[in-house]
Design a protein around this ligand. Structure first.
Ligand SMILES: Nc1ncnc2c1ncn2[C@@H]1O[C@H](COP(=O)(O)OP(=O)(O)OP(=O)(O)O)[C@@H](O)[C@H]1O
Ligand SMILES: [Mg+2]
Length: 240
């Protein structure tokens, strides 16, 4: 799905603009990194796209259709957060199936279809055997993979990931980068992930959006941003 953002802005109750009006067009199927220091507005932008926050101004279009007024459910985003609490009292299988089982009967897939989908997703995250386990019986990296599978189960139109690997150690992060790349290739979903780790952004993304103080400093493929930083901020951020 193509995403067009037009003069989108957000000011929270404290009156400080978290996001100044910004424009951004993301082609369908892109793997996009939102890169920037703490407080630069990455999470705010992601939450606005997912419908978890209401913008103060501006428009969002999905495949050219106005989406600003759509609810979270209507937007059909798959979310993964840094500390995405899986339901502790549910098995991995039940966690992944949750979004499908929670649907009204009219749109809920049959039990056999839910089974098939969950098994397909467990294969996709390369953990085919862990369906019966509980979250407490998984490593941190495995939990985040299950969170990815859970986000994919509802057949989202886009994936929104906020520092999905932030709490993991360096080795596991690298493994999960490969998983995300592979999942992205398998699903073709337009995917935005937030990170303040430039290596992660550069290694994974087709398109990097560098943010600072609620503004976009530069948008481009990793090689271009490395070769031609557009602003003093980007240059300093990349060498930091
Ligand atoms: N619910 C809120 N109410 C008031 N201000 C907020 C709220 N959420 C975020 N902000 C402010 O908006 C600005 C952008 O925050 P945001 O969480 O989008 O940054 P971020 O880039 O995700 O930072 P981090 O890397 O620390 O997660 C910050 O100044 C923050 O304090
Ligand atoms: Mg954040």
């Amino acid at each position: 799905m193509r995403i067009d953002i037009e003069d989108l802005a957000k000011t929270y109750d404290n009156g400080q603009p978290a996001l100044h009006p910004l424009r951004l067009s993301l082609p369908s199927g892109a793997l996009v990194a939102l890169l920037g220091p703490s407080g630069s507005g990455k999470t705010t932008l992601l939450r606005l796209l997912g419908g978890l926050e209401t913008p103060s101004a501006g428009q969002v279009r999905f495949d050219g259709v106005a989406a600003t007024g759509l609810s979270v459910q209507e937007r059909r985003a798959g979310f993964v957060f840094q500390h995405y609490a899986l339901f502790r009292h549910m098995t991995v299988f039940e966690n992944i199936a949750y979004g499908l089982r929670a649907r009204p009967r009219r749109t809920r897939p049959a039990r056999a279809e839910i089974d098939r989908r969950v098994h397909r997703l467990l294969a996709l995250i390369r953990l085919p055997e862990i369906g019966p386990r509980y979250p407490a019986q998984l490593s941190g990296g495995q939990r985040q993979r299950v969170a990815l599978a859970r986000a994919l189960a509802i057949e989202p139109r886009m994936l929104l990931l906020d520092e999905p690997f932030g709490a993991l150690d360096a080795q596991v992060r690298k493994e999960l980068r490969r998983s995300l790349r592979q999942i992205h290739e398998a699903t073709g979903l337009t995917t935005l992930f937030v990170t303040h780790d430039q290596d992660e952004a550069m290694e994974l993304a087709d398109l990097v959006v560098v943010m600072s103080m609620g503004r976009i400093e530069q948008i481009g493929p990793p090689a271009e941003i490395r070769a031609r930083p557009a602003t003093a901020f980007v240059r300093a951020f990349l060498t930091a």
